[in-house]
Design a protein around this ligand. Structure first.
Ligand code: ZN
Ligand code: ZN
Length: 141
């Protein structure tokens, strides 16, 4: 008996197990398919073997088919956790890498500030001792 050959271009789920009908499934049991004569839905043969009826229209009139073709890669939508500020756009939220850079710059800035203060303190305290007033006073006019 010649089996009907159906080309798949999109991802369709099996209405029994909800797994994608994939002609290249890693499980050989899920590479065999049957199609309902009444509603045209395709399900796995192994799923059909469990119920013997179509999961969509409950018809018992199904026959084996051959699925060919390759499925497009599964597109998973980007899922972002809800932030503390729900009004803030997720794209504007700084990522972890940016946070580290900002923290590093802040620490560097703090170091620079502290060293400037130390340098100023050193200049104001050490310099007058290096040139005592008595020495300047004894300089010839
Ligand atoms: Zn199935
Ligand atoms: Zn059906």
């Amino acid at each position: 008996m010649q089996q009907q050959i159906i080309q798949v271009h999109k991802r369709y789920p099996c209405n029994h197990c909800l797994q994608t009908l994939n002609p290249h499934n890693s499980d050989p049991d899920l590479r065999m398919f049957v199609r309902c004569f009444s509603c045209g839905h395709i399900i796995h043969q192994s799923c059909y073997a469990k119920t013997r009826i179509c999961p969509v229209c409950s018809s018992a009139n199904l026959c084996g088919i051959t699925l060919v073709g390759s499925l497009p890669p599964l597109k998973t939508p980007m899922r972002l956790a809800l932030g503390f500020d729900e009004n803030q756009s997720p794209d504007l939220r700084p990522n972890l890498y940016t946070k580290y850079i900002v923290a590093g710059i802040a620490v560097l800035f703090l170091f620079v500030c502290i060293s400037i203060v130390i340098a100023l303190a050193a200049i104001t305290t050490v310099l007058p001792n290096m040139f005592p007033r008595s020495a300047t006073a004894s300089l010839p006019r």
